[in-house]
Design a protein around this ligand. Structure first.
Ligand code: ADP
Length: 494
């Protein structure tokens, strides 16, 4: 069923656009007052078309637009504005909007047309990205026409909607391989001109996670084993080929390679994390050694005061390295399994504020916590979540009076998922870094400017994921940031 999302802070406009959208073949309309609620809905349920108000009271509409289009290539957003504004229209289209409409020009026909266009565009996108199940893009390499024809027939019968390019030689295969994106390659082991195994090795060199299935003859078990050694994902014996076997082998190979690619990506992330960690630990260790050497020199020259001051800074630096190790330890503990129970979010936010009392007093900051509901969670982790977010709101802040507000954003049309927002009036974050900041050990500033481990937001992300929720940020440089946390089960235990 068609689903339409309306994000508008005026109830009148939500109802009006919603009513027109419902005329589209019984479309389901979800209307929200804030961008945060709309985003949370979209992340969880998606939508075929999104009507977004250009002047939301609570957020910058262009940031909401940018966020939606960054979240999914299939976010088809139409920006609704009070009056025509060509500059805004251009910015909106550049930010990925599908269209831009002045409210005064909206008609029933236009809304229906826009929804239709959104669906058609998304379908086109999907077709070109081949995301539909079974719509595989296959490369078949075999030097005899008869064999190609019979395999094509099996594919046609077994894999609905698959597209196949068939070529006869290894050279043609390499050309086709480089020119397209392939879900799977079916490769004969004995090609006329080149050896199939050579072609296999070259294909795997270019793209190690594209599955390659080797076609072998009945008495070629040895070749089959060799193919697997050379990197083939599986093999098919020509004489035993039928629709069912072919489909099953192709689908298994595709899902296995996708899994292997995911594991490899996780390993790469892990390696990157270790590299950053080594870098972050090496610098203080080197400094500790240097300061130690300098202190020895001062001692040898009888400069006791200088030596004492060097030793004091050495102690400070050792303390910082120990803090980093403590933070890391804490971060790794966030992988543990814990039992989630009904938790009063006020208790978590208030405990976090109490833990930050010294910082709040030193910065003469104002931290306001609205009346928060209950959620299904783990109190110590939720306390840490609030503590990290509030502490960042104070730290990355140059205002005379840093202000952090913790509030909940449940609107009248909410689908039941709870969103908590932690907003500050700090320095803000450039849009291009809004995803990066949640990666471990990523900092936008040197330690000499803003102290920190770079694990604060990565920990928040882990905690939120442990609660099956989502975390994201919207921000404007120089004006402040807002961190949104969604909890899917807010009312359990109320
Ligand atoms: P740290 O633990 O070093 O403070 P985080 O992981 O918490 O690091 O944050 C990563 C980066 O995101 C920080 O280096 C900072 O540049 C940016 N950041 C996080 N929170 C805020 C905020 N409230 N305002 C501005 N920038 C922020």
């Amino acid at each position: 069923m068609t689903s339409v999302l309306v994000i508008n802070d005026a109830l009148k406009d939500r109802d009006w656009i919603g009513a027109l959208a419902k005329l589209f073949d019984g479309a389901q309309v979800h209307a929200y007052e804030t961008g945060a609620q709309g985003i949370a809905h979209f992340k969880e349920h998606g939508a075929d078309c999104i009507f977004l108000d250009d002047r939301l009271a609570s957020e910058d509409s262009l940031s909401v637009l940018a966020f939606l289009t960054a979240t999914s290539a299939f976010a088809k957003v139409v920006l609704l504005c009070d009056e025509r504004d060509e500059a805004l229209a251009t910015t909106a289209l550049k930010a990925g909007a599908m269209g831009y409409v002045a409210k005064s020009e909206i008609t029933e026909e236009m809304v229906l047309r826009l929804i239709g266009e959104a669906i058609a565009e998304a379908e086109q996108d999907r077709a070109s990205l081949k995301t539909g199940t079974n719509r595989y893009h296959l490369l078949l390499v075999h030097d005899t026409e008869d064999n190609r024809a019979s395999i094509l027939e099996f594919i046609e019968q077994g894999l609905d909607g698959a597209t196949v390019k068939s070529v006869a030689t290894g050279i043609e295969a390499m050309d086709a391989f480089g020119a397209g994106q392939w879900d799977c390659v079916i490769l004969d082991h004995r090609l006329d001109v080149e050896d199939g195994l050579d072609t296999l090795a070259r294909l795997k060199d270019i793209s190690p996670f594209t599955p390659v299935i080797m076609l072998t003859g009945q008495d070629n078990e040895e070749i089959a084993a060799k193919s697997i050694k050379f990197g083939a994902t599986d093999y098919l014996i020509k004489q035993r080929l039928n629709t069912t076997i072919l489909r099953s082998v192709i689908e298994t190979a595709i899902s296995r390679c996708a899994f292997e690619a995911k594991v490899a990506e996780q390993e790469a992330q892990h390696r990157q994390f270790l590299r950053s960690l080594v870098h972050d630990l090496r610098a203080p260790m080197r400094n500790l050694r240097l300061i130690g050497e300098m202190a020895i020199e001062e001692a040898e020259e009888g400069q006791i005061d200088e030596m004492m001051s060097l030793l004091a800074s050495q102690g400070l630096m050792a303390g910082q390295a120990t803090d980093l190790i403590g933070t890391l330890d804490n971060y790794s503990l966030l992988n543990d399994r814990v039992v989630l129970k009904p938790v009063d979010l006020n208790t978590a936010a208030e405990a976090a504020t109490a833990n930050l009392a010294t910082e709040i007093a030193e910065r003469k900051a104002e931290v306001t916590i609205a009346d928060l509901p209950r959620a299904h969670g783990h109190l110590p982790w939720l306390t840490q979540l609030f503590q990290n977010l509030i502490s960042n709101g104070l730290k990355y802040n140059q205002q005379d009076v840093p202000r952090v507000v913790v509030e909940t954003n449940m609107g009248e049309h909410s689908d039941g998922s709870l969103i908590v927002v932690v907003k500050d009036n700090g320095i803000g974050i450039p849009v291009k870094y809004l995803q990066l900041i949640f990666e471990p050990l990523k900092r936008l500033w040197g330690r000499e400017i803003y102290e920190g481990s770079g694990l604060g937001l990565a920990s928040c992300k882990k905690i939120v994921e442990q609660h099956s929720g989502q975390i994201w940020c919207m921000s404007k440089e120089g004006e402040g940031s807002a961190f949104y946390v969604s909890f899917p089960h807010p009312t359990i235990g109320r």
